[in-house]
Design a protein. Structure first.
Length: 149
């Protein structure tokens, strides 16, 4: 009987740390999964913003709604879009710790588009509305139809 109790005690002493490591590994795997999903979403959205989607937003910081269905697999948190004179910045901020961590992507406007004031004219001037540059759709100005006089 005593031998059986010693054997059960040894078994418990070896399985307890093993079970704790499994729980820790599961939490790490979940956090890495959330981070991978957030990276994929932010990368896709920053590409859409770089393609001209940024023009729908004014200067400053905005809550950003993503179109990806995978966002429902993320823990509670929010996406923030920041539009400045030189760049567009999109970040995922989880509400709680263990949500995979913050993911940030930035896209800088090409130097040719910036000009003196950047592509968002008047950014930073209080009370002044931002005027956005025309869309660069690859059509030369000479090929665009003109209005009749």
């Amino acid at each position: 009987m005593a031998e059986m109790l010693v054997a059960l005690g040894l078994l418990a002493l070896t399985l307890l740390p093993l079970s704790v490591s499994f729980v820790r590994e599961q939490a790490t795997a979940r956090a890495l999964y959330h981070r991978a999903v957030a990276i994929a979403i932010v990368d896709g959205e920053i590409e859409a913003l770089a393609a001209g989607g940024w023009r729908a937003f004014g200067p400053g910081t905005h809550e950003y709604t993503v179109r990806a269905d995978a966002a429902k697999n993320l823990p509670a948190g929010r996406f923030l879009l920041t539009l400045t004179r030189e760049q567009v910045r999109l970040e995922w901020l989880p509400a709680t710790r263990g949500g995979g961590g913050r993911v940030v992507r930035e896209w800088r406007f090409p130097a040719t588009d910036r000009g003196a004031d950047g592509p968002v004219r008047g950014l930073g001037a209080p009370g002044e509305a931002a005027s956005l540059p025309p869309a660069d759709d690859g059509v030369p100005e000479t090929a665009r139809p003109t209005e009749a006089p």
